[in-house]
Design a protein around this ligand. Structure first.
Ligand code: PA5
Length: 341
């Protein structure tokens, strides 16, 4: 897919519409599957895997069985006939995902493929496994709605989770409102995403979330800065980072001064986490280049997570603009995939 920088803004603008489109999708193909599983495994890579992480966090408080994300050629040993494997690949041609699909088949798991086509669609169709066809013509990271919502809506259809459609609807409302505040028409003084991009420019972004709420958003910010702005970025989560990373801001001082810390906050964070964040900010005082915060919007986990993701997505494209870089192509990934062929 070869597109100019303005296309990425258009994709971002259309994210709420992706969720709305998913609410209208037909998941009846999957309804013949079993309704009870010992575990659920989402297998995919990069832009196709992060929806799995959102699902994992979403299900943590809703499902009595584990949801695990696999980003490798082989699935974990516990996968078997009592497992549901969701194989996700935007292109349908990612070799690790195809290999994991074959592993799931050998292990006798129930499988659903989510893809725009490619070999994954062919293999799953030949095996008689449900293929949920998602809209093509985008780059995977710009298709995050299509790569996440169908997963949770299928689980809802199977009766494994409830309330997912309502959560997706709230996400549409929250993102549509938020979009007005962060789209390119809004100048830096009133545009949080542009402001954040300004803080990250010529600095090394360090994105912190909280393990129970904003972990995936922090992970997504990092990936979006890497892929859109072609810049380094790192992420970690509270409370874990209080047990190692905070020690690492002493030397070399000139490098530490180059770090720009972003903390992704949720008003519902555990009270002890809120205290940890305040103390950590004091510890960083005067050491790093800047510390900025982004607060989640909405009520449901999904709306809150995507509100944080949305600010990061826009910020990463503004950062690409500041660097004079086209956010869309990922030539290094293409080069690596070609060499692996
Ligand atoms: O954002 C990207 O382009 C990558 O992270 C891809 O998602 C990743 O390489 C996997 O490809 P696919 O999503 O087609 O399976």
């Amino acid at each position: 897919v070869e597109m100019g920088p303005e296309m990425m803004f258009e994709f971002l603008y259309n994210l709420p519409a992706q969720f709305e489109g998913c609410l209208k999708m037909d998941f009846s193909k999957a309804s013949g599957l079993k309704k009870e599983y010992a575990n659920i495994v989402v297998t995919g890579l990069g832009g196709s895997a992060i929806g799995g992480d959102i699902l994992r966090c979403y299900c943590q408080s809703r499902l009595p069985i584990p949801v695990v994300v696999n980003r490798d050629y082989m699935l974990p040993r516990f996968v078997g006939p009592d497992s549901l494997v969701l194989a996700v690949s935007y292109s349908g041609n990612t070799e690790e995902t195809l290999s994991a699909y074959e592993d799931a088949r050998e292990k006798g798991a129930s499988i659903i493929a989510f893809t725009t086509g490619g070999k994954l669609a062919e293999m799953a169709a030949l095996d008689g496994n449900p293929v949920i066809t998602i809209t093509g013509g985008l780059v995977p990271r710009a298709a995050t709605g299509y790569l996440f919502a169908p997963l949770v809506l299928v689980l809802e259809r199977l009766g494994l989770v409830s309330g997912a459609s309502e959560d997706v609807k709230e996400t549409v409302t929250v993102l549509t409102q938020l979009r007005e505040e962060i789209e390119p028409g809004r100048e830096e003084d009133s545009n949080r995403a542009r402001f954040i991009a300004g803080q990250l420019y010529q600095r090394i972004p360090v994105i912190w979330g909280c393990s129970s709420t904003s972990e995936v958003a922090a992970m997504r910010w990092k990936g979006q800065i890497n892929e859109n702005a072609k810049a380094p970025a790192y992420f970690n989560v509270f409370p874990e980072l209080n047990h190692n990373e905070i020690v690492g801001f002493e030397v070399p001082e000139d490098l530490v001064k180059k770090l720009a810390v972003i903390i992704l906050r949720d008003p519902d964070d555990h009270g002890r986490i809120t205290k940890r964040i305040e103390i950590t900010k004091d510890i960083l005082q005067g050491k790093v280049s800047s510390v900025a915060e982004v607060e989640a919007r909405g009520n449901s986990f999904l709306a809150k997570t995507y509100s944080l993701i949305y600010v990061g997505d826009y910020a990463s494209v503004y950062l690409a603009e500041l660097y004079g870089i086209n956010p869309t192509p990922v030539q290094v990934i293409d080069y690596l995939k070609a060499r692996m062929a």
